[in-house]
Design a binder for this molecule. Structure first.
Ligand code: AKG
Length: 205
């Protein structure tokens, strides 16, 4: 089906904005079957906010920044990011299974409708940000609370937000030479991730 011009940080706010996407091809992606199109060098663009979204650093007081309607819509007649997209050369992200694209949250990108006869185009996308960014994003659902950081997975590192400790995550090993201790984050009994610091020489079981 495709997805029109958009910036991922429009949907997933992280403050400061440290969002990065990892888009992994599961099948071949071609210009025919709807590969990603990336607006080259558009990472320099500010985030064009949704008109009701105040949780961004950018706002309409900054010159050239306007709120965007119909982001992600294929129709460039109504997708207002189409006013920005053509300033940049678009690069076709053709890919083989296993190829990955990493791109920041303000880069403009889109995909077109699959017009091939019988070729499916599948991809797996995940998004990462610095654990120290404030994340109000709750998978598109309203979230009541100070922040939704705790709803997401801590893939690596540490958080300075004690009220936002992720409920699950991956074991984390810090560089012992740099920090002099190792940090592990196993699952706690209550399903919450627990942080325990261990002395340098103490080995995991
Ligand atoms: O794979 C696609 O068609 C679009 C995916 C995309 O733009 C995204 O995940 O932000």
């Amino acid at each position: 089906m495709g997805q029109g011009y958009h910036q991922d940080s429009y949907y997933i706010n992280t403050l400061p904005n440290t969002l990065i996407a990892a888009w992994v091809a599961l099948t071949p992606a071609t210009t025919e079957n709807g590969c990603l199109w990336i607006s080259d060098k558009s990472h320099v663009e500010p985030l064009y906010p949704h008109e009701t979204n105040v949780a961004t650093h950018e706002n309409k007081k900054l010159g050239g920044v306007f709120s965007v309607r119909n982001s992600s819509r294929l129709d460039t007649g109504i997708n207002e990011l189409a006013q920005v997209g053509p300033r940049y050369e678009e690069v076709a992200g053709t890919a083989e299974p296993g190829d990955a694209f990493f791109f920041g949250g303000t880069i403009l990108h889109r995909s077109h409708t699959n017009v091939s006869k019988d070729s499916r185009r599948r991809a797996f996308t995940s998004h990462y940000c610095d654990a120290r960014s404030y994340v109000p994003w709750n998978a598109g659902e309203p979230f009541e609370g100070p922040c939704a950081n705790g709803m997401h997975m801590l893939a690596r590192g540490d958080s300075h937000l004690p009220f936002a400790t992720p409920r699950f995550g991956m074991p984390v090993e810090r560089n012992q030479r740099m920090f002099g201790s190792s940090l592990s984050m196993p699952m706690g009994q209550n399903g919450k991730m627990e942080t325990t610091r261990k002395p340098v020489n103490e080995k995991d079981d």
